[in-house]
Design a protein around this ligand. Structure first.
Ligand SMILES: O=C(O)CCC(=O)C(=O)O
Length: 289
């Protein structure tokens, strides 16, 4: 990441177009992901693959843990968060070709039990051409300078978010698109307003969102929380440290996944007005945090 991109992140709360994989590397990653979809739809341990793709797949799928450890991604994230980095969550945002799925305007940190921290950033990696037509993310520049604002639960059927949470008052005229070519990523701050529209393209729109935190970010909500150290040291020990998967769907990792799931869903569901399906059986394209 260039110094200009780093400054842009701090000023605007997001930066797009950061190159991390070359064409053949990203094609290879997509091919491996689509092979998992083809060969392991049924998942394991009582959860289908879609569930692992939506939430915390890095605990049971080595490919996802490896992607989250990619040095080029960590270099960029280190540029904004500093030298000590943990992965809190890995999740896919997939919109099939021609899909009406959208993501409503929201701030990520609203329900994550981390307060209003500056110590969390999402690296969103494009595994396909994530153009405006394909429903790339839109951001409100500078919105991360404010606090967490009120969100309302809509539980919209076409909304990829678990509770369809949305910010009521967004001036869409201020929004900036963040299109990405395959192998590029964007970084966005946990308080930056963002959303995305339908995929009107003829290819799948595949994004991998990796949430990085620093050791100092503490989970002050009910329950406990977990993160995987990927760079530097965790001297604060505020997170329960996760080693990463032993192999694809290894039995002890599947049992651990269920424990993490139970502890995190207590935090996510706090204050919800309906049934939050973050970890439940999701629809065709699933629901996310
Ligand atoms: O993929 C999208 O359109 C939304 C992603 C998102 O909300 C996130 O990564 O926080």
């Amino acid at each position: 990441m260039t110094e200009e991109q780093r400054q842009s992140y701090h000023q605007n709360g997001f930066v797009a177009g950061v190159g991390v994989f070359d064409t053949s590397q990203i094609a290879d990653a997509r091919q491996q992901i689509e092979a998992l979809e083809r060969d392991h739809t049924a998942g394991a341990g009582g959860h289908d693959l879609n569930q692992f793709f939506r939430v915390n797949g890095h605990l049971v799928i080595p490919l996802l843990a490896d992607l989250a450890r990619t040095p080029a991604i960590l270099d960029a994230v280190e540029g904004v968060l500093g030298p000590n980095l943990l992965v809190w969550s890995v999740e896919f945002f997939i919109k099939e070709a021609g899909s009406d799925k959208t993501v409503s305007w929201h701030q990520d940190l609203t329900y994550w039990g981390m307060g209003e921290t500056d110590g969390e950033v999402t690296a969103w990696v494009a595994l396909s051409d994530v153009s405006i037509e394909a429903g790339c993310m839109r951001f409100i520049p500078g919105s991360h300078h404010g606090r967490i604002v009120d969100h309302e639960d809509t539980f919209g059927a076409d909304n990829l978010l678990s509770r369809g949470q949305q910010i009521a008052d967004v001036n869409e005229a201020d929004a900036v698109h963040g299109p990405l070519r395959p192998g590029e990523m964007s970084l966005h701050h946990g308080r930056c307003f963002h959303a995305s529209g339908a995929n009107k393209s003829s290819d799948r729109r595949i994004g991998l969102a990796i949430r990085y935190v620093t050791p100092e970010v503490r989970d002050d909500a009910p329950g406990r929380d977990y993160a995987m150290l990927v760079r530097g040291v965790d001297a604060a020990r505020g997170w329960i440290n996760v080693a990463g998967p032993r192999g694809l769907f290894a039995a002890p990792d599947l049992a651990f996944y269920d424990r993490v799931m139970a502890d995190q869903s207590a935090t996510l569901a706090a204050g919800a007005t309906g049934d939050v399906s973050m970890y439940g059986a999701a629809g065709e394209e699933g629901a996310s945090q």
